[in-house]
Design a binder for this molecule. Structure first.
Ligand SMILES: *[C@@H]1O[C@H](CO)[C@@H](O)[C@H](O)[C@H]1NC(C)=O
Ligand SMILES: *[C@@H]1O[C@H](CO)[C@@H](O)[C@H](O)[C@H]1NC(C)=O
Ligand SMILES: *[C@@H]1O[C@H](CO)[C@@H](O)[C@H](O)[C@H]1NC(C)=O
Ligand SMILES: *[C@@H]1O[C@H](CO)[C@@H](O)[C@H](O)[C@H]1NC(C)=O
Ligand SMILES: *[C@@H]1O[C@H](CO)[C@@H](O)[C@H](O)[C@H]1NC(C)=O
Ligand SMILES: *[C@@H]1O[C@H](CO)[C@@H](O)[C@H](O)[C@H]1NC(C)=O
Ligand SMILES: *[C@@H]1O[C@H](CO)[C@@H](O)[C@H](O)[C@H]1NC(C)=O
Ligand SMILES: CC(=O)N[C@H]1CO[C@H](CO)[C@@H](O)[C@@H]1O
Ligand SMILES: [Cu+2]
Length: 193
């Protein structure tokens, strides 16, 4: 009885794992997103941080690299003179089964390989390599016509709820997880009496 109660509570806690804010380094000395191939769980966030001189991140369909996806995310161009820009762009991962393909729309950066993916398909032809090769053939590199920040959040310095992303992947527990954690701790404590 005690054991099953404890197991159930622990499983509930594990099921709602703490959200992670993943960092993607944009254009730090090369035309790259680092990591270009990222896996993120539902409820996680991804923060893009921009190095000189000016880059962007725009969502594309796998079949149309260097072309904005309708209703896709768009950071706008984020300039920096030296080191990372203070302004960052963060997106929410609301469906981890949905691959998010993206590119930089500055100059020919997309054609030159400045592309990436979040939650790429585990199998099949839709690989980051195939996307990069198709991007190299694109005639145009087009910026979305939407407002900068569309589909995400532009921020200065800190990530959501003040969580710093300066050192990379910062994790935080949501309010509901904290509450559940408290319940589990209370239950464990009561079993020990
Ligand atoms: C940016 O690049 C420099 C030089 O390669 C490296 O030392 C630094 O760790 C990089 N920063 C990040 C956040 O990746
Ligand atoms: C999540 O993405 C997958 C793959 O695109 C899709 O089949 C599924 O319907 C999506 N789920 C929701 C809840 O939108
Ligand atoms: C991304 O990385 C994962 C694991 O590191 C790998 O299994 C997968 O094939 C890679 N996907 C692409 C699109 O390169
Ligand atoms: C890119 O273009 C070359 C030359 O036209 C072609 O051979 C190749 O199949 C194309 N690659 C992709 C991925 O479209
Ligand atoms: C590239 O842009 C030109 C000028 O806007 C347009 O006419 C052409 O259709 C575009 N090509 C592709 C492949 O999107
Ligand atoms: C991301 O999630 C947060 C927290 O749920 C929400 O406040 C915000 O509006 C979401 N942003 C977008 C662009 O969906
Ligand atoms: C970030 O700060 C810059 C410079 O003060 C400002 O132009 C920009 O609008 C700010 N962005 C956000 C999202 O607050
Ligand atoms: C200040 C701030 O960003 N508050 C957010 C904290 O997280 C909750 C839920 O995730 C948001 O609703 C708040 O807007
Ligand atoms: Cu770029």
């Amino acid at each position: 009885m005690r054991f099953s109660l404890f197991t159930a509570a622990t499983a509930a806690l594990a099921g709602s794992a703490a959200a992670v804010d993943h960092l993607v380094v944009v254009g730090n000395g090369s035309l790259t997103f680092e990591p270009a191939n990222l896996t993120a769980a539902e409820g996680d966030t991804v923060t893009f941080k921009f190095w000189p001189k000016s880059h962007s991140v725009a969502q594309a369909a796998f079949a149309s690299p260097c072309t904005p996806l309708q209703n896709g995310f768009w950071s706008g161009f984020i300039p920096s003179e030296k080191g990372p820009a203070t302004e960052t762009f963060m997106i929410n991962i609301t469906n981890a089964s949905q691959p998010l393909w993206y590119y930089c729309s500055r100059g020919n950066h997309c054609q030159d390989g400045m592309v990436g993916v979040i939650n790429a398909p585990a199998t099949g032809q839709r690989t980051l390599k195939a996307f990069t090769e198709a991007a190299a053939n694109a005639t145009n590199n087009t910026s979305p016509a939407t407002t900068a920040g569309a589909g995400g959040m532009l921020m200065n310095g800190t990530s959501m709820n003040g969580t710093s992303d300066n050192t990379g992947a910062a994790s935080f527990m949501s309010a509901s997880n904290s509450a559940l954690f408290t319940v589990v701790v209370a239950m464990v404590a009561s079993f020990m009496l």
